[in-house]
Design a protein around this ligand. Structure first.
Ligand code: NDP
Length: 259
């Protein structure tokens, strides 16, 4: 076996929440290139089906789109049942679905706070819970969540306390879950990206026209990266290449959090 063989996922089944666009789309495609059958689980059914069809066409793996609201327990349970019926076992879960609300803490509504924490943090818990049960029954797996550098640093100039709280929560949730599920051979890790050009960051452009320059001035690598710069780390964490890692976080931020 070569070192690159350890990154292969042939014959495995991977669920990517929010796998229809942005970082999740790129991760879903990368896992498929590594050989995994891929499930795209997101809210917009049409966009999910399109992404699943594109991935199957370009890689030859089996794909499935399942319309899912990760913040809704019944929806998550139904998605996991559908995947088990279609593929038997689940080997990899990528908790990627996430939203941000740019609002100052002093004016943020309860609904805004709940919407962010429900998708980002509760969604990560619910998907891990139902997929984890299947992984326990089948002998193990790898769960990775897309956290953020916002778990560790304050962002500027945008206001986003709910987002940062939810991402910090994902980091401590991950450490605790890794501890609780090690005995089931389930590894639990995170990848924490810096600024990545997607619909998510485009939303922040509305906050301040100079926002890209402000962000870039804080990075060692003065460029906002693309989702393709995050996907290889997801393949690493999903695969046997990271067999000895659990409860860990890999920061992919162009050096933003270093200073
Ligand atoms: P996008 O806004 O491009 O995509 C968000 C994704 O989340 C979509 O696929 C969307 O599906 C899905 N989603 C949102 N709500 C739900 C829900 N309730 N149930 C299921 N799916 C849902 O975001 P990014 O690609 O930028 O972000 C992906 C992840 O990466 C997020 O967790 C984000 O916090 C994180 N991240 C992003 C960074 C960045 O700079 N872009 C930096 C650090 C972390 P649909 O299209 O169906 O709504």
């Amino acid at each position: 076996m070569t070192v690159l063989d350890r990154f292969r996922l042939d014959g495995q089944t991977a669920i990517v929440t929010g796998g229809n666009r942005g970082i999740g789309r790129e991760i879903a495609g990368a896992l498929a290139e590594a050989g995994a059958d891929v499930v795209v689980a997101n809210r917009n059914g049409e966009s999910g089906r399109e992404a699943a069809a594109e991935i199957a066409d370009s890689t030859g793996v089996e794909t499935l789109a399942v319309e899912t609201d990760v913040a809704d327990e019944a929806s998550v349970r139904a998605m996991v049942d559908t995947v088990v019926e279609a593929f038997g076992e689940i080997d990899v879960l990528v908790n990627n679905a996430g939203i941000v609300v740019h609002e100052a803490a002093e004016t943020m509504t309860e609904e805004e706070w709940d919407s962010v924490v429900d998708v980002n943090l509760k969604g990560t818990f619910l998907c891990s819970k139902y997929v984890g049960r299947e992984m326990m029954a089948s002998g193990g797996g790898s769960i990775l969540s897309v956290s953020s550098m916002s778990a560790f640093v304050a962002n500027y100039p945008q206001r986003q306390v709910a987002y940062n709280a939810s991402k910090g929560g994902i980091e401590s949730f991950t450490r605790q879950l890794a501890s609780e599920w090690a005995e089931h051979d389930i590894r639990v890790n995170t990848v924490a990206p810096g600024y990545i050009r997607t619909d998510n960051t485009d939303q922040a452009d509305a906050v301040d026209p100079d926002i890209d320059e402000i962000w870039e001035s804080e990075m060692l690598m003065d460029e906002i990266a693309g989702p393709e710069d995050v996907a290889p780390t997801a393949v690493f964490l999903a695969s046997d290449a990271s067999r000895y890692m659990t409860g860990a976080c890999i920061v992919v931020d162009g050096g933003y959090t270093v200073r």
